[in-house]
Write a protein that binds this ligand. Structure first.
Ligand SMILES: [Zn+2]
Length: 249
């Protein structure tokens, strides 16, 4: 996953000289490919760009590798933030912090597998690099060469001595690292704002009767609409309980 090679300290990007042969296979130089790195110190970001010679075939591999790295790191970042975010709002009886930590532990291996699965195969000799044959190690002009003969020629052209070196931050290392950093950032967000955001819950169900069974319209009937006059008729009089006027003689 790390890249071993030969380091040459070029010192200054404005005065370095490069041999006119491909940095990967030592064939004739046909194009130049830019290598770039940046470092931040306080509020100041320093970016260093240097160009190195390649043949067409090796240059194509170098450009494709730069493109692959950019795509993989974007996917790793989205994965690293997205999976823990999904675990945060998952509606299961497990504490949120445990769900997020489990998701972070899952994203890093996935990001690593993604980088390993898309890694280009090793090129046939005399080519020496899957991608870039010269990588910038820092903004002070130290470069790592995959071809020992090119490293020696480059060092000789600039009055330097090559030495064995290592590129630690390859795509295969940066991918799980990016996913992990994004996951930790999300964990910090949860620790800070987790109480302010209510957990997700399904929307309340509407009463079934209100949806399925509409209430029937009121029936219009004569008895209901027309007021019935109440006529009180005098009932038949009976002798019992009644008093009849008596006329005195
Ligand atoms: Zn080449």
């Amino acid at each position: 996953m790390i890249l071993k090679g030969w380091t040459v300290d070029l010192g200054s990007c404005s005065t370095y000289a490069a041999p006119r042969c491909c940095a990967s296979c030592l064939g004739p130089q046909e194009v130049e490919v830019k290598a770039q790195t940046s470092q931040k110190s306080g509020n100041i970001r320093t970016t260093l760009t240097m160009s190195f010679p390649y043949c067409q075939i090796c240059a194509k591999r170098a450009v494709l590798e730069k493109l692959r790295r950019a795509v993989i790191l974007v996917i790793a970042g989205l994965l690293g933030a997205g999976l823990p975010a999904g675990a945060w709002f998952l509606d299961v009886p497990v504490p949120a912090w445990a769900r997020i930590v489990a998701a972070i532990a899952l994203t890093a291996p996935i990001a690593l597998l993604l980088a390993l699965a898309t890694r280009p195969s090793k090129p046939n000799a005399p080519a020496t690099a899957r991608g870039e044959a010269v990588a910038l190690l820092n903004t002070h002009g130290s470069v790592l060469c995959t071809n020992p003969q090119f490293a020696w020629l480059l060092a000789q052209a600039n009055g330097r001595q090559p030495r064995e070196g290592t590129l630690w931050f390859t795509t295969e290392v940066l991918s799980p690292l990016t996913a992990g950093v994004m996951g930790v950032l999300l964990l910090v967000c949860w620790a800070k704002y987790g109480d302010a955001i209510p957990p997700s819950s399904p929307p309340p169900r509407a009463p079934a009767a209100a949806i399925t069974v509409p209430s029937p319209p009121p029936r219009m009937t004569a008895t209901a609409t027309q007021p019935s006059p109440t006529v009180r008729r005098p009932g038949p009089t009976t002798g019992k309980g009644t008093t009849s006027p008596s006329w005195g003689r």
